[in-house]
Each structure stands twice: as C-alpha cells, then as structure tokens.
Design a protein around this ligand. Structure first.
Ligand code: GLU
Length: 285
C-alpha cells in the first residue's frame, strides 16, 4: 500500500490551443490519479510572456473541461500549494537559483544560442538543443563565478554545469529503464535567462517538488529533460517524483502533434461536434 498520497499534475503552456495529443497525455494523468485514489493538480506554465496569451488561458480551461478533465487544485480554485500559475511563482524559483549558485553549480553565460531563446519552453520532439560546448564554463572552473554579476543582472544567462560522463538512470513507469549520459546526451543547460526569467527546467523541478507531486505524467519526448531534472533535484537536495512518459500521438505522417495542427485542436474538434468519449475510446493507460 502507498503511504504517500498520490499527487499528479497536468501542466499546459498557454502558447496556443491544446490539441488531441495534449488531451491524451492529460487523460492518462487523470486516469493514473484516479486509479491511485489521488489528486490531480493543474499548473499553468505561463513563464514565456511573449508567447502566452490570455485568450489561450481561458481556452485551456474550457477545452480541458469539455474533454472531461477535472482537477482538484489549480489557478481557478483554492489549494494549499498555490499560486498555480508559474508567472506568479518567481520568488520560489529565485530561492532555488540562489541555492544552486551557493553550491557552485551554475555559471553566468554570455553565449546567445537557440537554447537560450527556447529555454522557457519544454524541449519537445525536434527541439532538443545541441550539447553546449562549455564556452563560458571556465568562469566556474576559475572560481570567478561568484564575483560575476549579481544573480539576476540582465544580460547574463545562468547555466547549470552537468557532471560530464555521469550516467543518469531512472525507471519510467511506462517505458521501463532509461539511461542518459551527461555531457553526451545533453549538456550544460540554462536555468535562468538574461532577461530575468526562470527557465522551464528549473521552474518545473521547483514546482513539482513544492506541489508535492508524486508522479509526473508527460510525453516521451521529455525523457532527456527528466535526466536534466534529476540532476537539479539532487543539486537542490529534493526528492524526485516518479515518472510516467506517455507514447506520443502522431499525425498520419508520423509527425508528433503540435499546436500547429489546428485541425486536431480541441477547439476545432469541439466546433465540428466531436464527442470526447468517442475520441478517447481506445485510450487505456
Ligand atoms: N508546460 C510544459 C509543456 O507544455 C510541461 C512539460 C512537463 O510536463 O514537464 O510542454
């Protein structure tokens, strides 16, 4: 018998309309929470203010409810672990950033690369960054990182230094044993961006821990990010949750569904009169 009550979460980013692929992952998350007599938390991952829009936030609630999703805690209802929108949780992330810096595990980085641009969003399929070549790492090695800029001074990114060559292993509840090698499968990654915004990798770890999530259910394209996040859990001395990575839903050409697949957005399906029960008829976790 499980002594710790199950807490799962769904964590949409309101950067577009949700599609059937999101619905499937969230449905599995809901099923897992129900099977384990647990709670489901909705977290609004709206860190990327340039891409997140209010209209997508309201659509998100509406579409999720239409599909049959219900949550116990979230931005639209009270709960002990709020606020449940990431844009309102900066202070918590900043605390974690300080902790990483005190432990000498991050360095300021002036490189401007695609991964910096993308760091506010989870790297989904086809968006994995090339391994960072370590250009700015010397600052940490020379011990000058502490005399480097104040933590959140604009114009500097903060990058987490990964332990090169270390194998990060975990057992996924759906996909079984997984292994990724730091420095090879993924490199030093951004935890805080030069424009003073926490990156996805840091925010998600801090939130899943603070919201006492016991199992993270999300798409299989985030397996490598789980390895990154496990390093952050260790660095912050936090207990990681378990992980269940779902198979990705693809279109007829085998391409993962993304927000650009307008025809399969929950909005469009609903306006065409689709029945959610029919849509999920073959879905079993
Ligand atoms: N907000 C992220 C996304 O929509 C969540 C990723 C995760 O579940 O960790 O991709």
């Amino acid at each position: 018998m499980n002594l710790v009550p199950y807490r799962g979460r769904i964590a949409p980013s309101p950067t577009g309309y949700l599609h059937l692929g999101h619905a499937r992952t969230f449905w599995i998350a809901q099923q897992r929470a129900r099977q384990n007599h647990g709670k489901l938390i909705l977290r609004n991952e709206d860190l990327d203010s340039a891409r997140c829009k209010n209209e997508f936030v309201s659509a998100m609630y509406e579409d999720l409810r239409w599909f049959g999703l219900n949550w116990n805690e979230g931005p639209d209802r009270a709960g002990p672990f709020g606020p449940y929108s990431q844009s309102e949780r900066r202070a918590v992330y900043l605390g974690a950033l300080h902790q990483l810096r005190e432990a000498g595990l991050i360095y300021s980085c002036t490189c401007s690369r695609q991964d910096v641009l993308r760091s506010l969003q989870a790297p989904h399929q086809g968006e994995e960054e090339p391994v960072y070549p370590g250009t700015c790492r010397a600052k940490l090695e020379l011990g000058t990182s502490n005399s480097a800029p104040a933590l959140t001074r604009p114009a500097f990114n903060w990058r987490f230094r990964v332990p090169d060559g270390e194998t990060v292993s975990f057992v996924d509840a759906h996909l079984g044993p997984q292994q990724f090698v730091a420095g090879k499968d993924f490199g030093d990654f951004i935890v805080w961006r030069h424009d003073n915004v926490p990156a996805y990798q840091l925010a998600v770890v801090v939130d899943d821990s603070q919201m006492q999530i016991t199992e993270v259910v999300r798409g299989a394209d985030l397996l490598v990010s789980t390895a990154r996040q496990l390093l952050l859990y260790r660095a912050l001395r936090l207990n990681p949750p378990s992980f269940y990575h779902c198979d990705l839903m693809t279109d007829e050409n085998g391409v993962r569904l993304a927000k650009r697949h307008d025809a399969l957005s929950l909005r469009a399906l609903r306006s065409q009169g689709a029945d959610p029960i029919q849509l999920r008829v073959n879905w079993t976790p």
